[in-house]
Ligand binder design. Structure first.
Ligand code: GLU
Length: 300
């Protein structure tokens, strides 16, 4: 009886894992949708459809110094024209500040966060004077500070954090050694992307993340926060970046152009960027049907 209950429970659990795929596309509205963000949108969308899963859109506007409402509108409008519609309400990070505060306090209470009074300049000075690793926070305020607090840092542990990326394979990083304690609430009072992204993914039940490879070295930091909160980590797939002629990631700053009006042609080139042969589809729906079938063959 007891065993039967356990088996039924386990089966339901496995079914929920197999069928309950929830993925997302989380653009930052710092510019319009371009070829780079389209590749991430397409890969995450097709992956969700290939798993019969749900796909959600989230506007990552937590950094209000760089984001603009008009870009968010334009991105959503373009996704709509691409027939990529969210399977749930579109959320915006600026509507979720109270929730970030709540999780921030939880981390603080658990002893994972400390106040830091270092300025960028003082960090640079410490690094130079002591010949320390150039891009790592040297831990100056780790044991406390009597100076006014400028930012809040997550206390990292000296251990390797590893995961199997569905595109890139095994990846590992010792965040403590390579990055050091990192900021989760910034000097200007804004919550950092590293915290917001974890809270949003968790609260939306996201269990599959497909995004650009520029974020792969952020992932161990995000896993560290997940683990500190006792939350289950999603699976990850980091897709190759679309680069400009100088080898830089496409962005508004790096001169990314807006997509042309021929969105089917734009989809075809994003698809080829993901390593597939052109589909030659004449409608968007035909494009997605073929793409999902091929994606299933390769990634399931
Ligand atoms: N908002 C990030 C971007 O637009 C993506 C973050 C993520 O997918 O976790 O590059």
């Amino acid at each position: 009886m007891h065993l039967t209950g356990t088996i039924v429970g386990l089966t339901l659990f496995i079914i929920s894992i197999v069928t309950h795929y929830i993925g997302r596309f989380a653009p930052s509205p710092t510019g319009v949708l371009h070829a780079g963000s389209l590749a991430a949108a397409l890969a995450s969308f097709v992956d969700a459809r290939a798993h019969d899963g749900r796909w959600l859109i989230r506007i990552e506007d937590v950094d209000t110094t760089r984001c603009k409402a008009e870009y968010a509108r334009s991105i959503l409008e373009t996704l709509d024209r691409l027939h990529m519609t969210s399977d749930g309400p579109v959320i915006a990070q600026t509507d979720r500040l109270d929730r970030y505060r709540e999780v921030f306090v939880a981390l603080l209470k658990k002893g994972f966060v400390y106040g830091c009074s270092c300025s960028r300049l003082s960090i640079q000075k410490t690094i130079q004077e002591h010949h320390l690793a150039p891009h790592r926070y040297p831990g100056t305020c780790r044991e406390g500070t009597t100076e006014p607090i400028r930012a809040w840092r997550f206390k990292t542990q000296d251990r390797s954090i590893a995961f199997d990326d569905r595109w890139c394979g095994h990846y590992e990083q010792n965040v403590y050694q390579e990055v050091g304690d990192f900021v989760i609430k910034r000097a200007d009072g804004l919550f950092a992307y590293q915290l917001a992204v974890i809270v949003d993914d968790h609260d939306s039940g996201i269990n599959h993340i497909v995004r650009g490879a520029d974020l792969i070295d952020n992932t161990p930091r995000q896993i560290a926060i997940h683990e500190a909160l006792g939350w289950q980590c999603p699976s990850y797939m980091h897709i190759p970046l679309v680069l400009n002629d100088h080898g830089d990631k496409l962005s508004k700053q790096a001169g990314a152009r807006a997509l042309s009006d021929d969105l089917l042609a734009e989809l075809e080139s994003a698809w080829q960027h993901l390593g597939f042969a052109p589909l030659g589809a004449d409608t968007m729906d035909a494009f997605y049907t073929r793409a999902v079938a091929l994606w299933k063959e390769r990634f399931q």
